[in-house]
Design a protein around this ligand. Structure first.
Ligand code: PMP
Length: 364
């Protein structure tokens, strides 16, 4: 198995690199002080260092279930939540529980999901339009989709498209994995309603604290109905018994003591400013890079109209200490592409401008 190109870039990056490559949240926004305070309390409870339930600790699942009811208008009980070790683990758990033969993904799609699917040797097909999706799908296939601020394309389905998507799922009677890694990081204040809400029986909705609290804690979750949770619980147990008790209790205590939605809003405001700054620089210095400003998330995605292989540019840029991700890695067959993904959350304004100008110079 080949390592992900992004992980390779991340290994090559040092303190001199201007990096638009990884999907790293900004560490200055981590609620470190609040987590430190919570951790003292958690350490006092000996259960935090003990084994715990494979499905996850009750009070954290209860709080996550309440997020669904309150913010997504999606009635959910704690029995419908399973805590995972990052949402990355959810891909492995779900596919192993389904023994899926065919998997259908958006084109392009999240590289981490593609590599988790590839290792299971599942047959993968890509779709760009609903028409293609409908033609490809067969009963009991599995579809993977990121409905908000998609990684990498930043695409966000409209309300009408969500209804259309759900109609196709009903018609074809398939399993649906909806990845909501970025859904709460909205720039217009709107939290969009999941497609799974319109297709409850065979869907898995994935969430994570990585983008809204801190990724190093590795706490994510799956929302699914009780029968599906029963099935995935057996796989979760066999993989790691349970997600770190300490980290679950740490987040649980953090949520007790703080208004996480206020924290998320503050982060989204900060990220929106960074996005607009990067977008302004691109419009000024890279006029041939065609993109749409995203409505949320952590990336700008677009195409260079004046070059035909963004991988070449990425390699040359890395020599000059500027990193971004060429889009071929987001396509299942690694087709040559002039598209590229830029992260704006982890680089200050000065470096952002310098990095974009350097790319403009290289292209010239
Ligand atoms: N889904 C998407 C779309 C992502 O971009 C990421 C992280 N880059 C993940 C899932 C995994 O996140 P984590 O395991 O940290 O929850």
């Amino acid at each position: 198995m080949k390592r992900s190109y992004i992980r390779e870039i991340l290994d090559a990056i040092d303190e001199n690199t201007i990096s638009f490559a990884g999907g790293l949240p900004n560490e200055d926004l981590f609620p470190s002080k609040q987590l430190k305070k919570a951790s003292k309390k958690v350490f006092k409870n000996k259960n935090s260092l003990q084994y715990s339930k494979s499905q996850g600790i009750d009070s954290l699942r209860e709080k996550i279930a309440n997020f669904y009811t309150k913010y997504y208008d999606f009635e959910t009980s704690k029995d419908e939540i399973l805590i995972t070790t990052g949402s990355q683990q959810a891909f492995d758990i779900i596919l192993k529980s389904l023994d899926a033969k065919n998997l259908v993904v958006e084109s392009p799609s999240y590289i981490g999901a593609l590599s988790a699917f590839k290792i299971l040797k599942t047959n993968i097909q890509e779709f760009k339009t609903f028409e293609q999706l409908e033609n490809i799908l067969k009963k009991d296939d599995v579809i993977y989709s990121i409905s908000d601020y998609q990684n990498p394309s930043t695409n966000t389905y409209t309300k009408k498209q969500r209804e259309e998507f759900a109609n196709i799922l009903h018609k074809k009677d398939v399993y649906f994995i909806e990845d909501a890694a970025y859904s709460l990081l909205s720039f217009d204040g709107k939290i969009r309603k999941p497609i799974s809400r319109l297709y409850k029986d065979k869907s898995y909705h994935l969430g994570t604290f990585s983008k809204i609290v801190a990724p190093g804690l590795r706490v994510g979750w799956i929302r699914a109905n009780k029968e599906l949770i029963e099935k995935i619980l057996a796989v979760k147990e066999s993989l790691d018994l349970h997600t770190s008790t300490f980290n679950q209790m740490l987040i649980d205590t953090y949520l007790d003591e703080n208004d996480v939605f206020k924290h998320i809003k503050k982060n989204a405001k900060n990220y929106k400013k960074r996005m607009n700054f990067m977008a302004d620089c691109m419009e000024k210095y890279l006029p041939n890079f065609e993109f749409k400003r995203p409505k949320g998330g952590m990336f700008i995605y677009g195409r260079f109209n004046n070059i035909d292989d963004s991988m070449n540019l990425a390699k040359e840029a890395l020599k000059e200490n500027v990193a971004f991700v060429p889009a071929e890695v987001f396509y299942f067959d690694n087709q040559k592409s002039n598209e590229a993904r830029f992260n704006f959350t982890n680089c200050d304004f000065k470096k952002t401008k310098k990095g974009i100008r350097l790319l403009a110079k290289l292209i010239k």
